[in-house]
Design a protein around this ligand. Structure first.
Ligand SMILES: CC(=O)N[C@H]1[C@@H](OP(=O)(O)OP(=O)(O)OC[C@H]2O[C@@H](n3ccc(=O)[nH]c3=O)[C@H](O)[C@@H]2O)O[C@H](CO)[C@@H](O)[C@@H]1O
Ligand SMILES: C=C(OP(=O)(O)O)C(=O)O
Length: 417
């Protein structure tokens, strides 16, 4: 397993190109199986999770070809509705194949998904929505056998605006009989990207980005070309890297509207932000301000996927900050590692009280999940001395060429096996 060795204290400066969004490309790759068609997907990030999704598609008979950041999927010869258990366990997004495969085959055998350990991640809302569409689900030994002769459009009220449940329901509904309405749908930008992809294929989806999504079932899908939106969490992480090092970084290829909740908090912490069409410059302050409250919420609130990075920043701010994690039950595992680096953090249930210290010091730390791992890298960039971040396989699930891009910005970071 690899690790990053970071010698802290370098101010980051220069330009960084933001890759396509992991959380957009994964459901779109799952959606490529819905029709008997060919999809060419541009701006695909080179990530471990994407590789796993490619392997899953290959294993069920799709032709998959990758050239740099372009993935081609031909799903016309799909020949299996059994999703390999070992691959499903590798990542959360594999569960989106449930809705997609039901649309395509009327049947799917899939196990419970894996992914980051950030608290229990049930799929009850996914299953409830599918049952309402007429799907029968048999569960045994961790496997789900889902079946439906013809999916039936209906009105679905989600108890919580779950991103995955919204995506699964959209995919189950695109070829269903009649119209499906999802209320209290998740409003994340990645769902808008899924809608855009599906409509290019010939689907009739509207309302993504709002809490009511309407899907009219269609019979046929056509070949499609689609470009994935830029990753707002990767953008946020590089903005945080500039902020924590007092640097001056320009981010290229970003979706300015989608990162506003993050920008607002980084400005509160003292950063200056300048926009230029689809790029921005972020200048970090000499000393960071504490923030009264960072509360994670579904979009357009502050993203839970930026909470850990924010904690790293606030650990060296002037004063005490409160972080409230409302989306996941147990997403503070990075706190104990930051404490090893000298941070002063107390966890009380879903709230973290972060008392800013003068500086962090390098230490040997372990990444336990994707964003927690990124937060340790940020801490290492500012810490005095050398930081070793172990278990970077988690980080590589979500950041393309992280060490390389940080090095190009002037960081002293090296990846060792
Ligand atoms: C691949 C992907 O897009 N992952 C993102 C997606 O995950 P994911 O789609 O798993 O997140 P959800 O929005 O579904 O989960 C949010 C909350 O709802 C709960 N829940 C969810 C489904 C369900 O059936 N029952 C239930 O109780 C979860 O345990 C969690 O507490 O949205 C999260 C919230 O923005 C992000 O952190 C993840 O990066
Ligand atoms: C939690 C995340 O991803 P996943 O849902 O794929 O585990 C994330 O991207 O921060």
């Amino acid at each position: 397993m690899g690790k990053y060795i970071i010698n802290g204290g370098k101010k980051l400066a220069g330009e960084v190109n933001i890759s396509g969004a992991k959380n957009a490309v994964l459901p779109i790759l799952a959606a490529t199986v819905v029709g008997q068609n060919r999809s060419t997907i541009f701006n695909t990030p080179n990530l471990r999770d994407v590789e796993i999704m490619e392997k899953i598609l290959l294993s069920i008979g799709c032709v998959v070809d990758r050239m740099d950041n372009i993935i081609y999927v031909d799903s016309r010869q799909l020949n299996s509705f059994v999703i390999p258990d070992d691959l499903v366990r590798e990542m959360r997004s594999s569960i989106i194949l449930m809705g997609a495969m039901l649309s395509r085959c009327g049947e799917v055998i899939i196990s419970y998904p894996g992914g980051c350990e950030i608290g229990p991640r049930p799929i009850d809302l996914h299953l409830k929505a599918l049952k309402e569409m007429g799907v029968t689900i048999e569960e045994s030994h961790g496997f789900l056998h889902c079946k439906c002769e013809k999916l039936q459009g209906c009105e679905i009220q989600l108890d919580y605006p779950s991103v995955g449940a919204t995506e699964n329901t959209i995919l189950a509904a695109v070829k269903a009989k009649g119209t499906t309405i999802i209320r209290n749908a998740a409003r994340e930008p990645e769902i808008i990207d899924l809608q855009t992809y599906l409509n290019k294929c010939g689907a009739k989806v509207s309302g993504a980005g709002t809490s009511i999504i309407k899907i009219e079932g269609v019979d046929k899908f056509k070949d499609v070309k689609h470009t994935i939106i830029s990753d707002r969490i990767v953008a946020g992480t590089y903005m945080a890297a500039s902020t924590i090092t007092g640097g001056e970084v320009v981010l290229k290829n970003i979706e300015i509207d989608y990162i506003q909740a993050i920008v607002a908090k980084l400005k509160e912490a003292g950063s200056l932000v300048y926009y230029d069409s689809n790029s921005l410059k972020i200048v970090g302050p000499k000393k960071l301000n504490s923030i009264e409250m960072v509360q994670t919420l579904p979009y357009p609130g502050f993203p839970t996927d930026m909470q850990a990075q924010m904690m790293a920043l606030l650990s060296i701010a002037n004063g005490t900050s409160i972080i409230s994690e409302t989306v996941f039950e147990n997403r503070f595992k990075h706190a104990e590692e930051l404490i090893r680096m000298g941070a002063n953090i107390k966890i009380i249930g879903r709230v973290a009280v972060v008392k800013g210290v003068k500086e962090l010091t390098g230490a040997k730390v372990k990444s336990k999940d994707l964003r927690g791992g990124a937060s340790l890298v940020l801490a290492g960039l500012t810490a005095k001395g050398t930081t070793e971040v172990d278990n970077i396989c988690h980080i590589e699930r979500g950041y393309e060429d992280f060490d390389l891009k940080l090095r190009e910005l002037g960081a002293d970071i090296e990846k060792v096996k």
